[in-house]
Design a protein around this ligand. Structure first.
Ligand SMILES: Cc1cc2nc3c(=O)[nH]c(=O)nc-3n(C[C@H](O)[C@H](O)[C@H](O)COP(=O)(O)OP(=O)(O)OC[C@H]3O[C@@H](n4cnc5c(N)ncnc54)[C@H](O)[C@@H]3O)c2cc1C
Length: 337
């Protein structure tokens, strides 16, 4: 029995949805001594969640090219929480490159972001020998990290149980059925309550090759199809991701051609890689593409994580906990409905 639960005699906390948003909520509430149950309607493989398809980049400085400052604020705080709770999270930084003809895009990216070092070709080759001779320069963001969603979600789930929480898979629940505090992290399925949510399709391809080794994500800037290549374990690489205002799932021929073509232009050896998987997920987004914590008395919704779920989920969980325990409100992220 967790002594903190007895001391406080609090009501139970139910969290709906075990994607990255719900998993982090459950972990921080369980660590704080709350009586936590995490409900997930799918099974432990989590293939129904958007989180299953994500790149898992923890890149607040790169994302500041397009995202609002609040994403950097949440992201920078979240990096500390990833380090604290999952200390083996790789923080090898990330790289941004462009071909010479796209130099203006490269300089624009440099102008809009911070927290990087400029590398020449030799500096790039020293960091990533496989990219020797491929690009004349690069931006290196040393403090960024990345996780492998399909490995890190089970780790988060294990940590929740170790912290005294419980997880119920194959448990399709409605907030109205649950007592105590309910935190709704259903992603796009929460549209019955969060009516402004929309899905933004992201397509990805998983390929395998032993010809190339990378230690960190590489973003290739391009006016039409910006791409990233993220190294995974076992010689796998994730190519991602499109961003399409559509709610069908599946991968179009155009997207496949663009993602594979861009990978080939990062390194021709990718042409010989084996295609392992095509897939797509729908990113849950509010109209402003910013995350929200919506408070309706003891019902709290955490949603709209859009393209930053892995980046911001820990910081959102910390805020929800601070609200429940101390009534603390973050005006930028929270709405009291
Ligand atoms: C291709 C792609 C690449 C991406 N790359 C990155 C990246 O590099 N970095 C980054 O930070 N983000 C990235 N994202 C964004 C990130 O994946 C999302 O922001 C994040 O997964 C959203 O998480 P979530 O927990 O809100 O939703 P989900 O992961 O969808 O989780 C919601 C869960 O709720 C469950 N659920 C729904 N209804 C119920 C119910 N009634 N009862 C019980 N359970 C229920 C669902 O089964 C699901 O498992 C990417 C997304 C895509 C598609």
């Amino acid at each position: 029995m967790n002594p903190k639960k007895d001391e406080r005699g609090e009501s139970p906390v139910s969290i709906i949805g075990a994607g990255v948003a719900g998993a982090w909520q459950a972990l921080l509430f369980a660590l704080a001594g709350h009586d936590v149950t995490l409900h997930e309607r799918g099974d432990a493989a989590m293939t129904e969640s958007t989180s299953h398809w994500a790149g898992g980049m923890l890149a607040p400085w790169c994302e500041s090219e397009t995202a609002e400052p609040v994403i950097s604020r949440l992201g920078e705080r979240a990096l500390d929480l990833w380090r604290r709770e999952l200390p083996d999270t790789p923080f090898n930084g990330s790289l941004v490159v462009a071909h010479s003809r796209d130099r203006s895009d490269f300089e624009r990216f440099a102008r809009l972001t911070s927290g990087y070092q400029r590398l020449d070709a030799a500096g790039l080759a020293a960091l990533e020998p496989s990219l020797d001779g491929r690009f004349r320069e690069a931006l290196f963001f040393p403090a960024e990290g990345h996780v492998e969603p399909r490995r890190v979600l089970p780790k988060l789930h294990e940590r929740i149980v170790a912290a005294g929480g419980s997880i119920r898979f194959n448990s399709d629940v409605r907030a109205e059925e649950l007592d105590g505090i309910v935190i709704d992290c259903r992603g796009l399925s929460a549209r019955d309550k969060e009516v402004e949510l929309r899905g933004v399709k992201g397509e990805m391809i998983l390929i395998e090759t032993s010809e190339i080794r990378l230690s960190r994500p590489v973003r290739l800037l391009h006016p039409r199809w910006p791409l990233y290549v993220i190294p995974r374990e076992d010689n796998l690489f994730m190519l991602g991701a499109t961003s399409i205002e559509a709610e069908d799932t599946g991968v179009s021929v155009r997207s496949a051609l663009e993602l594979l073509g861009a990978a080939y232009s990062v390194h021709p050896a990718f042409a010989e890689a084996r295609i392992i998987e095509f897939g797509s997920g729908l990113r849950p987004a509010y109209p402003d593409n910013l995350p929200r914590i919506v408070i309706r008395d003891r019902r709290i919704a955490v949603n709209g994580l859009y393209r930053h779920g892995f980046l911001v989920a820990p910081a959102l969980a910390e805020m929800t906990l601070a609200y429940v325990e101390r009534g603390q409100i973050d005006n930028e992220v929270m709405r009291c409905a």
